[in-house]
Design a protein around this ligand. Structure first.
Ligand code: EPU
Length: 370
């Protein structure tokens, strides 16, 4: 499809653009057109003239850091990339600082920067790949913290009505790996994220897994008795580097499946057969089960269907061993194989975590049927 686009918005336009290096799973993907924005004015100008253009029926698709998407071989869409940069201190007192971060800021660099400034709250979310603008979409979470714990608001452009909105944390309707933005694909373009961070260097959350033990080692190296947020951050970087593959070395999109939530009743019955099963109690007599544990117990750790394999150190992560060549078809073969094996063994149906994108920019196919 050809697209005659308004090129006077100041944004960067690229046609027949290869996105295989712009998604961390390194799936082969060519998009009709990619528009990269460096400021909100460029987006505004682009949208103002988009509908006046004769090819405006070409769908829009928002792509951020590409770390949680499964892209099609051909993406017949205008891909919008919000690459606005900047971090602004908007308010502070002796207990907290408020900052506003533009969507194009690299997430991990933001975590390093805030901790270096003595602004705390994001340290448990260190080393998560991607850009800040995508973080609210799946409410990124790790080591006992979710984005919603520090997020104050999101400034976003509503594509269907071409209007700007400031959404509070409540407006974002966050859930486990979920938000309003995730449930309404191709609707919002997140431009800025506001955070409230604290300045109490004694307040840390290190109760998850090995974090306390590893953080203690970092603290001792610095001659500190008490854990500081910087120790927790270094511990989490260390633990993630041990267990999770670096997408630059071995392409992946983080956890491929969500941890399934099952009834306490089903969990108890599974416990009889598998006393080591890992589960976390939830509200309403439900239990969240570690999908990585299920996959490992099913004998699938380090296996899959070539070239898409589960990772040796963390079975929940699917890795692409044929970067820039493997396609969605390869992913679906491995995904369905794993889902089938887990269902046969545990009667639990795993759900995919990253967003599946179709050629026409709609999302959500590639579903599994048992
Ligand atoms: N486990 C296994 N085998 C495996 C993997 C895990 O037995 O191959 C067991 C572990 O021993 C542990 C339990 O499963 O007892 C949980 O494992 P882990 O602490 O690694 O966390 P997870 O539940 O597998 C979640 C997030 C990760 C996040 C970690 C740490 C989801 C879907 N994933 O993984 O997020 O880093 O907790 O907080 O909730 C991501 O979203 O991309 C991601 C990596």
């Amino acid at each position: 499809m050809t697209t005659a686009l308004p090129c006077d918005s100041g944004a960067q336009y690229d046609c027949a653009y290869d996105l295989s290096q712009a998604n961390t799973m390194a799936l082969a993907c060519v998009a009709d057109t990619v528009v990269t924005f460096r400021d909100e004015g460029q987006l505004y100008s682009f949208m103002a003239s988009y509908e006046e253009n004769s090819d405006a029926n070409c769908p829009l698709f928002v792509l951020s850091g590409g770390s949680n998407v499964l892209l099609p071989k051909q993406l017949q869409a205008i891909v919008l990339r919000p690459h606005m940069r900047g971090i602004t201190l908007t308010d502070q007192n002796q207990d907290y600082v408020d900052i506003e971060v533009m969507a194009g800021e690299n997430w991990h660099d933001l975590v390093l920067y805030t901790v270096s400034q003595g602004w705390y709250g994001l340290e448990n979310l260190a080393l998560i790949p991607g850009l800040t603008g995508a973080a609210p979409v799946q409410n990124i979470g790790a080591y006992g913290v979710q984005l919603e714990d520090c997020l104050q608001y999101v400034r976003a452009y509503h594509l269907p009505t071409k209007t700007w909105h400031r959404l509070s944390a409540a407006d974002c309707e966050f859930g486990y790996r979920d938000s309003l933005f995730k449930r309404a694909p191709n609707t919002w373009l997140i431009s800025r994220v506001g955070f409230r961070l604290h300045t109490d260097a004694t307040k840390v959350l290190a109760s998850y897994g090995d974090v306390q033990k590893v953080a203690q080692r970092f603290a001792e190296q610095q001659g500190r008795q008490q854990l500081a947020p910087v120790d927790v951050m270094h511990a989490i970087i260390d633990i993630r580097q041990q267990k999770l593959p670096d997408p630059k070395q071995l392409p992946n999109c983080g956890s491929f499946f969500q941890n399934p939530i099952i009834s306490q009743r089903q969990f108890t019955s599974l416990q009889t057969a598998y006393p080591d099963i890992v589960g976390y109690p939830m509200q309403g007599a439900m239990v969240k089960v570690a999908a990585g544990w299920l996959i490992e117990q099913a004998g699938l750790k380090g296996s899959g269907i070539e070239p898409i394999m589960t990772h040796q150190q963390q079975a929940l992560v699917l890795t692409n061993h044929r970067p820039y060549q493997a396609t969605q078809a390869d992913v679906i073969a491995a995904q369905n194989h794993i889902i089938n094996c887990i269902y046969k063994k545990f009667e639990i149906t795993l759900s995919r975590e990253p967003v599946w994108v179709n050629s026409d920019a709609t999302v959500g196919h590639g579903e599994h049927e048992i």
